[in-house]
Design a protein around this ligand. Structure first.
Ligand code: DGJ
Length: 747
């Protein structure tokens, strides 16, 4: 194939009369070539004129021409599809790598032969019915739809590609439609699939477990498959549905990197496979162990969306593109770009042991410290099985009479009547739910034992004494919408923490997991649309469901049950690879830490939590020393002052906690008018001395006033970025600085 010259802005044949479609160029003909490009990125592929297969050409930085890469020696044992860089690899015709799509037909065979039939372009982006998705108008995004058809099975595949130039990102998903008369079964569906040429690459993903999420896991992509997956039924603590690919030379602040995130909350699979040619196949999508989706005649299956962002400014640049995409084109919550109230959550302070009187006392203590939101965590419900420990009452969403003799409404009114210290603000009230679960000790389970996920007569394995409701069932969806909606209508509740505390086992069928997710999204869509003024926070024993699917509906997620300051540094830096700090919930808890027993200074814990969009306390103010009580109001007012920068700023990881004794990060507003630096020193040591902290995202020619820490000085952006700040650290482990930057001259 001859290299094709495509110029940005050149009007190709299809574009006549459609000039509102931008950033997509097609060299037309029976075997067209497609380019989605802006000044920062190019995504290119073409149709093979002989096989009508789609051939991948390039994904990454902007390239003016399309130059096919798979022109080398094709001799060998592979079939005609093996030695090609494929865009939508199907199976059964001699491509021996892992396919993106694998369908079992009524005949029993699993051969597919998708061939190009045509394309469309659209300004803006069509929605993904029933699934979370990025969105935008014609100034934000353009969409290319490529049509394929397998004439042997009468199944069509429509591949959707959308380009978001402002965020250097591409979104992909596909739809399969059964146009035949027999049921087919979708066994494997990877929404993102590309074959990359033979280049040295590292795979970076986020691994972990409960209370230890988002460890950055970097390894070189060798021959064979190196993937990871969740089969937990949820995106999970174990592996996040995100990864990055970059040459070994890429660092936090320099070099090319692409990041990939699946907008999905269920089981998933990521697969990176280096083949004999050295080429690398990259797949991200549903986990085949939890799919086997029946595609009935006339039905359409929609794959969840994957977004990929490219940057040549290292992993920080890649993360910034994903963050801006998620904040501006994914999240649809009203509060996403707003300052969040400082809160106090009752969990670590009181657990299940409370009533309305002690809760109002706790709320008063919170208000005295400067918190504006009081969150009543687990333990408020259950009639016949009052929720006094975690084996009782889940599913019975009725306020407990013993704890709230007057009912929920009057109790919430009492909390709302509390005035926040040094202000005329009144306390806002928030409530915890775990709507997807049921304890066998509940009225709900007694009435509907068949509503839980179960597989025939297999044992229904209990975890945390609970079972999972089958949200694939419409009656379960309606029950949750009605009961949760009813509680929200019954009192002045302005925040919801939506928890989920176990994985899924004993599925009635592999497809039940995807059916569950479609049901979950329907429930959440319904409740968030009906209650747009409620601030929703996702939680799954901490960060067990920190995924881009739920961030479509909810602006924030509880990052980890581990609230230890040092552990949190690693967890938050890791989570920020994919997700914006503005979407993280982070709390200051008591010491010794409840989960791991470490003692760190209050100022350190507060600085770490202040790096997140939603800051809170998770302790009983009665247990604080006078010194701590005196410090907290100042910490909260500083956190509230910098919260707009954390929400709206570009985030730079300057030094990682895994690599440096002096981790640091900063936020800078996109117009470089202000920023905030967070700097930490973990262990107190005499030598070596700390490296200078070199700032980023500033205007080199402008002057910035620095306040905070030992600084009250003015420096130019060039000095701050090139010489850096030399911080003096006091003795003692776990020290921290929060330094505000304000542009005072220039710009
Ligand atoms: C797990 C959550 O992660 C905690 O924050 C707390 O809400 C408990 N569940 C309550 O059961």
């Amino acid at each position: 194939m001859v290299a094709k010259k495509l110029a940005l802005g050149l009007l190709p044949t299809w574009a006549l009369g459609q000039s509102n479609v931008k950033w997509i160029t097609v060299e037309d003909g029976p075997a067209p070539s497609f380019s989605l490009a802006s000044s920062g990125i190019s995504y290119q592929f073409h149709v093979d004129p002989y096989t009508l297969d789609l051939i991948h050409d390039h994904w990454g930085g902007y390239a003016a021409e399309t130059v096919p890469q798979d022109t080398g020696n094709r001799n060998g044992w592979g079939g005609p599809y093996t030695y090609r860089l494929r865009e939508f690899p199907d199976s059964g015709r001699g491509d021996f790598r892992t396919p993106a799509i694998h369908i079992q037909h009524a005949t029993g065979d699993t051969v597919s032969a998708f061939a190009y039939t045509g394309y469309e372009v659209k300004a803006g982006k069509p929605g993904l019915p029933g699934l979370p998705a990025t969105y935008g108008n014609e100034d934000d995004v353009s969409t290319l739809i490529v049509h394929l058809y397998d004439e042997y099975s009468a199944i069509s595949a429509d591949l959707y590609y959308s380009i978001f130039p402002k965020h250097n990102s591409i979104a992909r998903s596909f739809r399969l439609t059964n146009k035949g008369n027999n049921t087919a079964t979708v066994q494997r569906a990877s929404s993102w699939s590309i074959d990359m040429p033979n280049e040295e690459l590292d795979l970076i993903d986020l691994r972990g477990d409960w209370a230890g999420e988002a460890h950055i896991n970097r390894r070189s992509v060798g021959f064979g498959e190196q993937g990871f997956r969740s089969t937990a039924g949820y995106s999970s603590h174990f592996h996040n549905p995100f990864f990055a690919l970059a040459p070994p030379s890429t660092t936090e602040l320099q070099g090319p990197a692409t990041g990939y995130a699946l907008l999905y909350t269920g089981s998933f699979a990521a697969n990176v496979e280096r083949w004999s040619t050295g080429w690398v196949r990259v797949l991200l999508g549903l986990n085949p162990l939890h799919l086997s989706w029946p595609l009935e005649p006339g039905d359409t299956f929609i794959s969840p969306e994957v977004v990929s962002a490219y940057s040549y400014r290292g992993f920080s640049g890649m993360s910034q593109s994903l963050h801006s995409l998620f904040k501006n084109q994914l999240s649809r919550a009203n509060q996403t770009l707003e300052t969040r109230p400082a809160l106090l959550n009752s969990w670590e302070g009181l657990k299940f042991d409370y009533n309305s009187t002690s809760m109002v006392e706790l709320a008063k203590g919170a208000a005295d410290l400067g918190c504006r939101l009081f969150v009543n965590d687990d333990g408020w419900f259950g009639t016949d099985y009052p929720r006094d420990n975690d084996s009782l009452g889940l599913g019975d969403w009725v306020p407990q009479e013993k704890k709230f003799p007057e009912g929920l409404g009057p109790y919430v009114d009492d909390v709302n009547a509390i005035t926040v210290a040094n202000s005329s603000d009144k306390m806002i009230f928030g409530l915890w739910f775990e709507p997807e679960m049921v304890n066998p000790n509940s009225d709900l389970y007694a009435e509907h034992p068949d509503w839980v996920l179960h597989a025939g007569s297999h044992n229904r394995t209990l975890l945390r004494s609970q079972l999972v409701l089958n949200l694939g069932l419409p009656e379960v969806q309606e029950y949750i919408i009605t009961t949760v909606g009813g509680i929200l209508d019954s009192a002045n509740i302005k925040y919801v923490k939506w928890d989920n505390n176990r994985g899924q086992h004993e599925l009635p069928s592999p497809a039940a997991n995807h059916a569950y997710m479609l049901g979950l999204y329907r429930v959440i869509d319904n409740l968030t649309s009906a209650h747009p003024d409620v601030l929703w926070e996702g939680c799954a024993s901490g960060g067990g469901r920190f995924d881009a699917g739920l961030l479509h509906y909810w602006p924030q997620t509880w990052t980890s049950d581990n609230t230890d300051g040092l552990s949190r540094l690693q967890i938050q830096f890791g989570t920020s690879y994919a997700y914006p700090p503005s979407s993280m919930g982070c709390h200051v808890s008591a010491v010794p830490n409840d989960q791991i027993g470490r003692i760190t200074p209050l100022a350190f814990r507060s600085a770490v939590a202040s790096m997140c969009g939603s800051y809170g306390l998770e302790l009983d103010p009665k247990d604080l020393t006078q010194e701590e009580r005196d410090m907290i109001p100042g910490m909260i007012s500083l956190q509230q002052e910098i919260n707009p920068l954390v929400i709206n700023g570009d985030f730079y990881r300057l030094a990682l906690p895994e690599q440096s004794n002096w981790p640091a990060a900063m936020f800078a507003l996109p117009d470089a008018s202000a920023g905030v630096l967070f700097a930490f020193r973990i262990r107190s040591e005499t030598k070596p001395l700390p490296p200078p902290v070199k700032l980023r995202g500033l205007d080199a020619d402008a002057k910035y006033k620095l306040t905070g820490g030992s600084f009250n000085a003015t420096f130019s952006g060039s000095t701050l970025m090139n010489t850096g700040l030399s911080l003096k650290w006091p003795n003692g482990d776990y020290q921290s600085y929060i330094i505000k930057l304000e542009r005072v001259e220039g710009g």
